[in-house]
Design a protein around this ligand. Structure first.
Ligand code: CO
Length: 138
Protein backbone atom coordinates (compact mmCIF):
# COMPACT_ATOMS: atom_id res chain seq x y z
CA UNK A 1 0.00 0.00 0.00
CA UNK A 2 1.26 3.42 -1.01
CA UNK A 3 -0.76 6.58 -0.52
CA UNK A 4 -1.83 8.75 -3.42
CA UNK A 5 -2.11 12.50 -3.62
CA UNK A 6 -2.32 14.85 -0.68
CA UNK A 7 -6.04 15.60 -0.73
CA UNK A 8 -6.12 18.27 1.96
CA UNK A 9 -4.56 19.76 5.06
CA UNK A 10 -6.88 19.96 8.06
CA UNK A 11 -6.71 23.13 10.11
CA UNK A 12 -8.59 23.46 13.39
CA UNK A 13 -9.94 26.84 14.37
CA UNK A 14 -12.20 28.30 17.04
CA UNK A 15 -13.64 30.70 14.43
CA UNK A 16 -13.99 29.37 10.89
CA UNK A 17 -15.17 32.66 9.35
CA UNK A 18 -12.25 34.60 10.78
CA UNK A 19 -9.75 31.93 9.64
CA UNK A 20 -11.25 31.80 6.14
CA UNK A 21 -10.99 35.59 5.90
CA UNK A 22 -7.34 35.49 7.01
CA UNK A 23 -6.35 33.05 4.23
CA UNK A 24 -8.14 35.25 1.70
CA UNK A 25 -6.70 38.54 2.96
CA UNK A 26 -3.11 37.37 3.54
CA UNK A 27 -2.67 34.81 0.74
CA UNK A 28 -5.37 35.61 -1.79
CA UNK A 29 -6.97 32.19 -1.23
CA UNK A 30 -10.53 33.21 -1.96
CA UNK A 31 -11.82 30.12 -3.79
CA UNK A 32 -13.79 28.44 -1.06
CA UNK A 33 -16.94 26.55 -0.28
CA UNK A 34 -19.74 27.72 1.98
CA UNK A 35 -19.39 26.72 5.62
CA UNK A 36 -21.29 23.48 6.13
CA UNK A 37 -22.33 21.75 9.36
CA UNK A 38 -21.59 18.04 9.77
CA UNK A 39 -23.37 17.20 13.05
CA UNK A 40 -22.52 13.51 12.71
CA UNK A 41 -18.79 14.42 12.57
CA UNK A 42 -19.01 17.16 15.21
CA UNK A 43 -17.54 19.86 12.97
CA UNK A 44 -18.33 22.82 10.76
CA UNK A 45 -16.20 22.71 7.62
CA UNK A 46 -15.10 25.12 4.91
CA UNK A 47 -12.79 24.00 2.06
CA UNK A 48 -10.30 26.46 0.63
CA UNK A 49 -8.95 25.60 -2.83
CA UNK A 50 -5.22 26.28 -3.05
CA UNK A 51 -4.79 25.02 -6.62
CA UNK A 52 -2.90 21.80 -5.93
CA UNK A 53 -4.69 20.81 -2.72
CA UNK A 54 -7.25 22.11 -0.24
CA UNK A 55 -7.30 23.45 3.25
CA UNK A 56 -10.05 21.90 5.35
CA UNK A 57 -10.98 24.44 8.00
CA UNK A 58 -12.58 22.72 11.01
CA UNK A 59 -14.51 24.35 13.81
CA UNK A 60 -16.01 22.22 16.59
CA UNK A 61 -19.75 21.73 16.48
CA UNK A 62 -20.93 20.86 19.96
CA UNK A 63 -19.22 19.73 23.15
CA UNK A 64 -18.51 16.20 21.87
CA UNK A 65 -16.51 17.40 18.88
CA UNK A 66 -13.17 15.59 18.37
CA UNK A 67 -11.63 18.97 17.56
CA UNK A 68 -12.28 20.34 21.07
CA UNK A 69 -9.34 18.53 22.63
CA UNK A 70 -7.00 19.93 20.00
CA UNK A 71 -8.27 23.46 20.68
CA UNK A 72 -7.80 23.01 24.42
CA UNK A 73 -4.09 22.54 23.70
CA UNK A 74 -4.01 25.06 20.84
CA UNK A 75 -6.62 27.70 21.69
CA UNK A 76 -5.95 29.79 18.58
CA UNK A 77 -6.15 26.73 16.33
CA UNK A 78 -3.46 25.22 14.14
CA UNK A 79 -2.55 22.43 11.75
CA UNK A 80 -4.65 19.42 12.73
CA UNK A 81 -4.06 16.64 10.15
CA UNK A 82 -2.87 15.69 6.68
CA UNK A 83 -5.12 13.66 4.40
CA UNK A 84 -3.81 11.34 1.70
CA UNK A 85 -5.95 9.53 -0.85
CA UNK A 86 -5.81 5.74 -1.05
CA UNK A 87 -7.09 3.43 -3.77
CA UNK A 88 -8.84 1.06 -1.33
CA UNK A 89 -9.68 2.23 2.17
CA UNK A 90 -10.12 -1.28 3.57
CA UNK A 91 -6.82 -2.49 2.11
CA UNK A 92 -5.18 0.65 3.52
CA UNK A 93 -6.67 0.02 6.97
CA UNK A 94 -5.43 -3.57 6.94
CA UNK A 95 -1.98 -2.47 5.74
CA UNK A 96 -1.75 0.13 8.52
CA UNK A 97 -2.51 -2.50 11.14
CA UNK A 98 -0.08 -4.97 9.59
CA UNK A 99 2.60 -2.27 9.75
CA UNK A 100 1.91 -1.77 13.45
CA UNK A 101 0.06 1.55 13.24
CA UNK A 102 -2.98 2.40 15.35
CA UNK A 103 -6.19 3.08 13.45
CA UNK A 104 -8.33 5.38 15.60
CA UNK A 105 -11.82 4.49 16.78
CA UNK A 106 -13.26 1.14 15.81
CA UNK A 107 -11.12 1.03 12.68
CA UNK A 108 -14.24 0.83 10.54
CA UNK A 109 -14.03 3.43 7.75
CA UNK A 110 -16.78 6.07 8.05
CA UNK A 111 -18.00 8.81 5.74
CA UNK A 112 -16.05 12.04 6.12
CA UNK A 113 -16.76 15.59 4.98
CA UNK A 114 -15.90 14.71 1.38
CA UNK A 115 -18.60 12.04 1.26
CA UNK A 116 -16.14 9.14 0.97
CA UNK A 117 -14.90 6.65 3.61
CA UNK A 118 -11.99 7.73 5.82
CA UNK A 119 -9.86 6.43 8.67
CA UNK A 120 -7.41 8.22 10.97
CA UNK A 121 -3.97 7.01 12.08
CA UNK A 122 -2.80 7.91 15.59
CA UNK A 123 -0.27 10.78 15.63
CA UNK A 124 2.19 8.71 17.69
CA UNK A 125 2.78 6.54 14.62
CA UNK A 126 3.83 9.46 12.42
CA UNK A 127 6.02 11.66 14.61
CA UNK A 128 3.18 13.66 16.06
CA UNK A 129 1.12 14.18 12.90
CA UNK A 130 -2.46 12.94 12.73
CA UNK A 131 -2.96 11.29 9.33
CA UNK A 132 -6.29 10.85 7.60
CA UNK A 133 -6.58 8.30 4.79
CA UNK A 134 -9.45 8.81 2.40
CA UNK A 135 -10.90 6.63 -0.32
CA UNK A 136 -10.02 8.23 -3.68
CA UNK A 137 -13.08 10.01 -5.00
CA UNK A 138 -14.48 8.07 -7.97
CO1 CO B 1 -9.73 15.90 6.78
Amino acid sequence: MKVGRLNHIGIATPDIAETRDTYAALYGLDRLTAVKDFPELGVKVCFVDTGNTELELLQPLGPESPVNRFLEKNPKGGQHHLCFEVADIFAARDAMRARGATVLGTGEPYTGAHGVPVIFIHPKDTHGVLIELMQEPA
